[in-house]
Write a protein that binds this ligand. Structure first.
Ligand SMILES: [Zn+2]
Length: 212
């Protein structure tokens, strides 16, 4: 006997975004916490794309403009994230260099690539397995919780300690773009509804005449 797999959405049931209670979507508001009920996050893909495109746009000034200015005795230098990483590496602080490089350059770019891929998959442009995509989304969300700003603040503190009192370190213009990238990618990940991946999978399977 074949059992048809039906989703809660097929039954008109929605899980509350705030408290998780499952209720019929026709009720419009959650009976427990009175939040609005939706079968899927409203305009999920459009919102994710907007945040993502903005994040990608801010990624360039975040990396190209100076992130900090160092004014000291006879020296006046400004560093971008990458030149900062190179300086730390040259001074022998390999660990700090690796941490800043991965947290400030590599992770944001991987996160943005992952989100672009997830959006394309939800649109039906890629044919990856939804369970792999769901795992990718889970990792993306997990990484997002480890805010990059914290790591950078630590790095700046390390730098301050090393420079001591003879120098003054001030944040450069890139810091605002950098914060914007952090916040926007976080919003992009939050706006994305991973259930769309399964919806797409079921729709494609149904169209092809196979059991999802
Ligand atoms: Zn609720």
């Amino acid at each position: 006997m074949e059992v048809e797999i039906r989703s809660a959405a097929d039954e008109g049931l929605a899980s509350c975004h705030m408290c998780g209670k499952v209720s019929p979507v026709v009720e419009e508001h959650c009976p427990r916490c009175h939040s609005r009920l939706h079968l899927r996050k409203p305009h999920s893909l459009e919102r994710t794309w907007c945040y993502l495109i903005a994040a990608i746009a801010f990624y360039f000034p975040a990396n190209l403009l100076p992130i900090m200015n160092v004014v000291g005795l006879g020296t006046n230098s400004s560093d971008t994230i990458l030149s900062g990483v190179i300086n730390f590496w040259k001074k022998g602080d390999m660990l700090v260099a690796v941490i800043i490089f991965s947290a400030s350059i590599m992770i944001p770019i991987l996160k943005m690539i992952a989100l672009v891929w997830l959006c394309l998959a939800a649109h039906g442009f890629t044919s990856a397995e939804p369970k792999h995509l769901a795992r990718l989304y889970h990792i993306t969300e997990l990484v997002g919780r480890w805010s990059m700003v914290d790591v950078f603040v630590v790095a700046v503190l390390v730098c301050l300690v090393q420079l001591g009192v003879i120098s003054t370190v001030t944040p450069g213009p890139a810091i605002l773009s950098f914060a914007a990238v952090v916040v926007l990618t976080m919003f992009a990940a939050m706006s994305f509804d991973p259930r769309l991946l399964w919806d797409r999978h079921v729709k494609e399977a149904t169209e092809a005449g196979v059991k999802p």
